[in-house]
Design a protein around this ligand. Structure first.
Ligand code: ATP
Length: 261
C-alpha cells in the first residue's frame, strides 16, 4: 500500500466546527483527490505530510506508520519521506534556485551557500532544465520555472510519496498543458507514487488512476480506472483493478456543522 490512512480531526472557528473523517488506503501509483472547496482535501493531504496533526487515527505511508494517535507516534514531516508541493510552491524568496533545491539536503539551521554544489542538485537542475537559472531568485522566474524548482526541491530527498496540492492552478492555460505533460512523463519515468489535489478534470483524466471525491470532510465516491466490472464500490467497499486497489471507509455525516456547545 502506498498509503493507508484512517484519520479524524475537528477544527473550530468561532461557533462552527469542521469534522474530517477519512479512511482511505491505496496502492494506485496516481491518486487524485477531488471535491468542492472546503471539503477537506488539503487537510487530508497535509495530515499525510505531517503538516496537520489528526486528533485520532493512524497514517501509514509505504507500509511505515508515520502517525498513530493511540501508540503516540507522530513523525515530523522531514522524517515521513513524503514530499509536499504547495499550491503556491512556497519557494524561499531569499534563496537562489540552486539553494532552494539544495535546501532539502542541508541539516541544521544553515541555508545552503550560494555556491552550494552537490551532484544531486546538478542532476535535478539538469532534469528540469534549470541549469541556466541556477543563480536566479524565485521572483526572477516564470510560473512554470517556479513549479519546476518546487518539484526538484521535493524530489531531491528521494521521497517515497509525492503529495501535490493543485500543482497547476497558478499557471496559465498553455503552460498548464506543458507542465501537466512534463509531470506525467516524469512520474512514469521515476515511478514515484503521487497523490494530487485538483479542481481540473483534465488533471483527473491524466493522473486519476484512482479518483477520490471528498464531500464535507468525508469520502463521497471512489473510482479506480482499471476496476474490473462487478466489483464492489461505494461508501464501504473495495474497488480493485489490475494494478490498483483502493479501499474506502465510512462516510459519516460530517462537515461544517453548528457547534451546539
Ligand atoms: N485552522 C483552521 N481552523 C478552522 N477551520 C479550518 C482551518 N483550516 C481549515 N479549516 C476548514 O476546514 C475545511 C476544509 O479545509 P481544506 O483546506 O481541507 O479544504 P479544501 O477542500 O482543500 O478546499 P479548497 O479546494 O478551497 O482548497 C474548510 O471549511 C476550512 O475552512
Amino acid at each position: 500500500m502506498y498509503f493507508d490512512c484512517d484519520i479524524r480531526k475537528t477544527l473550530r472557528a468561532g461557533k462552527r466546527a469542521f469534522h474530517l473523517d477519512v479512511r482511505l488506503q491505496s496502492n494506485c501509483q496516481r491518486t487524485v483527490i477531488l471535491g468542492p472547496s472546503g471539503s477537506g482535501k488539503s487537510l487530508t493531504l497535509k495530515a499525510m505530510a505531517g503538516l496537520v496533526r489528526p486528533d485520532a487515527g493512524y497514517i501509514r505511508l509505504d507500509g511505515r506508520t508515520v502517525f498513530d494517535a493511540g501508540a503516540g507516534i507522530d513523525c515530523p514531516p522531514q522524517r515521513r519521506e513524503a514530499a509536499y508541493v504547495f499550491q503556491d510552491y512556497a519557494l524561499f524568496p531569499h534563496l537562489t534556485v540552486r539553494q532552494n533545491i539544495g535546501f532539502a539536503l542541508v541539516r541544521g539551521w544553515f541555508n545552503p551557500a550560494v555556491a552550494f554544489r552537490r551532484e544531486a542538485v546538478d542532476y535535478w537542475l539538469e532534469t528540469f532544465q534549470l541549469g541556466h537559472l541556477a543563480h536566479q531568485y524565485p521572483n526572477e522566474l516564470s510560473g512554470g520555472q517556479r513549479q519546476r524548482v518546487a518539484l526538484a526541491r521535493a524530489l531531491i530527498a528521494g521521497p517515497r510519496l509525492l503529495l501535490l496540492d493543485e500543482p497547476f492552478s497558478a499557471l496559465d492555460p498553455d503552460l498548464r498543458v506543458t507542465m501537466r505533460n512534463e509531470l506525467d512523463g516524469l512520474q512514469r519515468r521515476l515511478r514515484i507514487p503521487m497523490v494530487m489535489i485538483t479542481h481540473d478534470p483534465a488533471d483527473a483524466a491524466i493522473f486519476g488512476d484512482c479518483i477520490v471525491r471528498l464531500r464535507e470532510g468525508a469520502l463521497d465516491t471512489v473510482e479506480a480506472k482499471c476496476r474490473e466490472p462487478g466489483q464492489a464500490s461505494g461508501a464501504e467497499g473495495t474497488a480493485v483493478g489490475a494494478d490498483a486497489a483502493i479501499r474506502i471507509g465510512r462516510n459519516r455525516a460530517t462537515g461544517w456543522q453548528q457547534d451546539s456547545s
